[in-house]
Design a protein around this ligand. Structure first.
Ligand code: NDP
Length: 285
């Protein structure tokens, strides 16, 4: 029997949590059971000192792959045989896949977002405003650029991180990126077609924290997306709904990441509805 694991659960941060209460474990195992896949998805806390030994253990035990979350997303890279295109550009790995005898690092953060976005629009040639420049924003920015986005405006409070992401996109992709320092209430350019919140603003329990955006600058034709999975109906998504915009919440992005990881590990296209309903149940939303 092959196994896939989650080294350090980023979502729950708890090792001793029963599988049924861990959102990622519950979601992935629901898909395995629904499709009769003889796999298990285990949660293992691994210290930095033991990362190399844990990976060697996974290889020795014939695992098909594993997820890794903060703080191992970068540290895992030297232990792998190669990286997917976007993981290479992002400089971080959250999904490791056994491919023949090689162990390849992928990053599903941006891929999960892109899969959700494509249910509404193709980002090719689009004008995009991306709030945030952390791990999620970096992954989303890279995937959008690789998908042919026209131009991306990165809006962030910390200048260094914003400029770093802009340089990464301009130097490695065809997409034109610019940085806007977020030091006052931000007014969105009316020509923007896709607006993305990739900051941590609105994540449970800080649901009362709102993005410092002039919401009057959101037009009804803009597609609004939010990476926050919990609650799925953030203040930003509520504003989008009230304006009649098309919108995508962070819960779908999270489910898509599970779907993509399982595809990598097994080649199976699993039912996302089974995963979504399990996730909602575990998160009580
Ligand atoms: P990071 O800590 O790497 O980045 C956080 C980002 O949020 C930074 O750009 C930071 O700005 C910005 N930020 C924080 N507070 C504020 C604020 N009050 N106003 C404006 N900007 C702010 O986190 P990640 O990128 O890893 O994660 C971000 C969010 O994305 C998390 O809430 C996480 O839950 C969610 N996420 C969702 C996923 C999904 O599948 N749905 C997958 C991955 C992440 P600065 O640089 O100035 O500090």
């Amino acid at each position: 029997m092959s196994k896939a694991i989650d080294f350090l659960p980023a979502i729950t941060g708890s090792f001793a949590q029963p599988a049924a209460e861990n959102p990622t474990v519950a979601m992935i195992e629901a898909a395995y059971q629904h499709h009769g896949l003889h796999l298990r998805y285990l949660n293992c806390e691994v210290s930095h000192e033991n990362l190399k030994a844990a990976i060697e253990g996974a290889k020795a035990m014939g695992w098909t792959g594993f997820n890794c979350s903060i703080p191992h997303k970068i540290a895992v890279i030297p232990h792998l045989d190669g990286l997917g295109e976007s993981a290479q550009l992002i400089g971080a790995v959250n999904t490791v896949v056994k491919s023949g005898e090689k162990w390849i690092g992928e990053n599903t953060d941006g891929k999960g977002f892109l899969k959700a976005l494509r249910t509404v629009t193709d980002p090719k040639g689009k004008k995009i405003t991306l709030f945030g420049a952390g791990g999620a924003a970096r992954a989303i920015g890279v995937e959008l650029a690789l998908a042919g986005a026209g131009n991306i405006t990165i809006v962030n409070i910390t200048k260094e991180k914003g400029n770093e992401l802009v340089d990464l996109l301009n130097q490695n992709t065809e997409t034109k990126a610019v940085f806007h320092h977020w030091n006052r209430t931000y007014v969105i350019d009316p020509a923007t077609e896709i607006v993305i919140n990739a900051t941590s603003v609105g994540l449970f329990p800080k649901v009362e924290e709102h993005l410092n955006i002039n919401f009057d600058s959101l037009g009804p034709d803009m597609i609004i997306t939010d990476v926050i999975p919990n609650p799925p109906e953030t203040h930003f998504i509520k504003i989008a709904r009230s304006k009649g915009c098309q919108f995508i919440n962070g819960l779908q992005m999270l489910v898509n990441q599970g779907v993509i990881a399982i595809k990598y590990w097994t080649g199976e296209d699993v039912d996302q509805e089974v995963m979504l309903s399990t996730l909602k149940e575990v998160l009580n939303i």
